[in-house]
Design a binder for this molecule. Structure first.
Ligand SMILES: Cc1cc2nc3c(=O)[nH]c(=O)nc-3n(C[C@H](O)[C@H](O)[C@H](O)COP(=O)(O)OP(=O)(O)OC[C@H]3O[C@@H](n4cnc5c(N)ncnc54)[C@H](O)[C@@H]3O)c2cc1C
Length: 358
């Protein structure tokens, strides 16, 4: 039986814990914080999509990521997903280009007219003349999914140890054979670093430089209001969705998936207020939406913006990525198989971390 230590109890670590425990591994999850999903996974917009992508291989990985969510939903029995589709709005030339590119990649889309948009989103004050409707896309509550995965992993025998910061990886020659905590060492056949923005410091301890982009973001949720938006809306770079409890969510930084923001605004409250004003202006009626919650978080983005998933050294694996909500269940499926000895998954070959230290 493989003894696997996973560093990180965000969505990536939780998905791996569940799949590895299900496959019969002895799993220990370690996280520095008191609760799971307190970092990126607890502050995410939660959109599952393949309409944002950087390369064709990245798009195909995300399409596979959507399918992996459906597999996981059938298997897990948790009620945390909504498959409401996405309305993508941009100026005409950009929409034409997007429709051509996604069509070329074989992604299902519908080009909607203003009356069709108004029918799908009747609360919009100014339905645009055109939008692409991306039926396959949806959203998940990432913190709830993380907790459900860890609970399932624990029911299969995994140990989940919170308040357990890992201070270092234990090398043995060229390989890694365990992890070091403040007061103890834990031996492992395999160590998986799923530590989000904490990954670079852990790898630095074994002499590997993992370049990471500095990508802070702010996520905003309003009070619960009666339903006004069924589909996810990606409108001129601003994403909005309403969850089943009525809260309207939006990342405050525009174009957040490809966001190049390196610093938070000096006054995030002013940005939140501006975002709320823009949000209220989207809908008919008086501006009733107000901030019930907002929080800053850091996106785990490797230096070239693409996921970094796979073996690093004998006994050491890495899974660090943005769009980790979209890709989390797929990463869990593919990496579990590889960690337990299956041949390398071809879908992951463009995303191997070893590209950073050839
Ligand atoms: C504002 C925002 C919006 C986003 N929107 C989307 C979206 O719509 N769709 C999408 O697909 N993705 C989105 N993302 C990205 C997505 O949330 C992340 O890619 C994903 O949550 C990463 O999960 P993770 O488990 O790798 O990281 P995290 O959730 O950050 O978990 C890492 C864990 O590792 C722990 N850790 C770190 N170092 C150590 C250590 N030394 N010892 C022990 N524990 C350690 C941390 O405490 C943390 O719990 C968004 C992110 C943000 C911030």
């Amino acid at each position: 039986m493989q003894n696997v230590v996973i560093i990180g109890a965000g969505l990536i670590g939780a998905g791996l814990a569940y799949r590895l425990a299900q496959a019969g591994a002895r799993v220990t999850v370690l996280d520095a914080m008191a609760q799971p999903a307190t970092q990126a996974s607890g502050h995410s917009f939660g959109w599952i999509n393949a309409s944002y992508y950087l390369t064709p291989a990245h798009h195909h990985l995300r399409v596979a990521g959507i399918a992996a969510h459906h597999r996981l939903a059938r298997d897990l029995g948790a009620d945390v997903w909504e498959w409401q589709g996405c309305l993508w709005v941009e100026e005409a030339a950009a929409l034409d280009q997007m429709a051509a590119d996604l069509g070329h990649l074989g992604y299902e889309l519908q080009d909607l007219t203003r009356p069709q948009i108004a029918a799908r989103a009747p609360a919009l004050a100014h339905p645009p003349p055109r939008a692409l409707y991306l039926r396959q896309e949806g959203a998940v509550d990432p913190a709830a999914l993380t907790r459900a995965l860890l609970a399932k992993a624990e029911s299969l025998g995994a140990r989940v140890l919170m308040n357990s910061p890992v201070t270092g990886l234990i090398p043995r020659g060229e390989s890694v054979c365990g992890v070091r905590l403040a007061a103890q060492e834990i031996a492992a056949d395999q160590v998986i670093v799923a530590a989000g923005t904490g990954a670079a410091a852990l790898l630095a301890g074994v002499g590997l430089h993992l370049p990471m982009l500095h990508r802070p973001g702010v996520i905003l949720a309003t009070q619960a209001v009666p339903q006004r938006l069924a589909p996810i809306l990606a409108i001129n770079g601003q994403e909005v969705r309403q969850d089943r409890n009525g809260h309207v969510w939006m990342p405050v930084a525009a174009h957040h998936q490809s966001d190049a923001t390196e610093t938070l605004p000096a006054d995030p409250q002013a940005s939140v207020d501006a975002a709320l004003a823009a949000l209220n202006a989207l809908f008919h009626g008086p501006p009733i939406l107000r901030a019930a919650h907002w929080a800053a978080a850091y996106r785990p983005v490797p230096g070239d913006s693409l996921p970094a998933i796979g073996p690093v050294a004998p006994g050491l694996w890495l899974a660090v990525l943005h769009s980790g909500i979209t890709l989390g269940p797929l990463v869990a499926d593919l990496l579990t198989a590889e960690v337990l000895g299956a041949p390398a998954a071809p879908d992951l070959s463009p995303f191997r971390p070893t590209r950073f230290w050839p």
